[in-house]
Design a protein around this ligand. Structure first.
Ligand code: SAH
Ligand code: SF4
Length: 347
């Protein structure tokens, strides 16, 4: 196993069987995390990019079985921020919190059509920030319009590369369409962010290996990996959910294979364990997304329960994250945090 880890550290290439054996292995986890940490340092350095997350609408037309925002969940109060509120949050994040990226995330809310979104994007881009969208499946024309309006990046997780599990838990959605949407992000000139859930019922280690190879083949610019956390108001309420350890392993191997990309220490990791994000930052991650949504909205944006920052204000959330970063001797980056492609991936 140690040989495999050494090989991945040097060549950034592993085949499916090799990835599977690393995922099965229980004895070399700390070596795996150390190797991912070394590769992270070598390729993306010690600086951590902070991205201000604004959860601007919890209204969603989809019914993903794992997600608390699914259409059929009648137990949440739905909200939609005004354009003015969204801009004010972005302004506070940029001007007072000195954050260099704004991430706009929501359910698939059709109210925000292309024109409305482009107007918001244009306004936020006056703040001298990079802008990421995470708003679901759109047409190539729409992705191009967002890019033209100033958007830089887009997050659209594949959720799982296991098509059977995808179609089981993402009813009325189509795996091939999702893949095409993810590819269209790149065609539109946006940085491609994708990722998966770890720990859906019946998800196998073999399918995590396929997930990692999917990221590699796609040459994704950002990959977010989150443990699945069951939500009580969803069909998956009694499921076991993912573990932090497995999510970290999938993340660490992703770092070894895609050494120069941006990888967030996800909030879901922190929700499973108070030190989850710190562990992630020491096992390959180099990004954190502080939530800058106002406290009054946060409890309604419950993708999964127990989100670690629900009762905090934006300023408290940032302070907490900066403390964590300082404690492990890392620094907050003050650039926009684009992927800086190494020779390895320049095509
Ligand atoms: N609607 C958009 C963006 C918001 S959802 C979209 O689906 O792309 C953002 C992410 O939350 C999803 O990609 C999913 O991976 C994650 N998520 C949803 N429910 C979750 C749960 N129960 N546990 C952990 N992550 C979850
Ligand atoms: Fe909607 Fe995204 Fe949740 Fe699916 S994961 S129900 S698309 S918010």
């Amino acid at each position: 196993m140690k040989k495999l880890i050494e090989k991945a550290k040097k060549t950034h290439a592993l085949n499916r069987d090799e990835i599977i054996s690393l995922l099965y292995d229980k004895n070399c986890t700390s070596e795996l995390f150390c190797a991912a940490d070394e590769v992270r340092l070598k390729y993306v350095g010690d600086n951590i990019h902070l991205r201000a997350l604004i959860e601007f609408s919890n209204i969603c037309k989809n019914n993903c079985c794992y997600c608390g925002l699914r259409k059929d969940n009648k137990n949440i109060s739905r909200y939609r921020m005004s354009e003015d509120t969204i801009f004010k949050l972005a302004e506070h994040a940029a001007n007072n919190m000195n954050l260099k990226t704004i991430v706009l995330q929501s359910g698939e809310d059709l109210f925000f059509d292309c024109d409305k979104l482009c107007a918001i994007i244009q306004k936020i881009k006056t703040l001298d920030v990079a802008l990421t969208l995470s708003i679901g499946e759109k047409t190539l024309e729409e992705y191009k319009a967002y890019k033209k309006a100033g958007a830089d990046r887009f997050l659209l997780r594949i959720e799982t590369t296991d098509k059977e599990i995808y179609s089981r838990y993402d009813p009325n959605m189509d795996w091939e369409t999702r893949v095409q949407c993810i590819k269209n992000l790149g065609i539109a000139g946006l940085e491609i962010g994708t990722g998966v859930l770890v720990g859906l019922p019946d998800q196998k280690l073999e399918s995590y290996a396929d997930d990692i190879l999917f990221f590699k083949n796609l040459n994704a610019d950002m990959v977010g990996i989150g443990p699945f956390i069951p939500h009580p108001d969803t069909p998956l309420k009694d499921a076991k959910g993912g573990t932090l350890d497995m999510a970290l392993k999938v993340m660490a191997i992703t770092r070894l294979l895609l050494p120069d990309i941006n990888i967030p220490a996800t909030t879901a990791m922190e929700t499973l364990e108070p030190n989850g994000q710190t562990k992630a930052l020491q096992a390959g991650a180099n990004v954190i997304m502080p939530n800058v949504t106002l406290t009054q909205y946060r409890k309604h944006y419950e993708l999964y329960p127990g989100k670690s920052t629900t009762n905090y204000t934006p300023d408290e959330t940032l302070c907490e994250i900066k403390n964590k970063i300082a404690l492990i001797g890392r620094k907050v980056s003050n650039d926009y945090g684009f992927r800086k492609k190494s020779q390895l991936h320049s095509k």
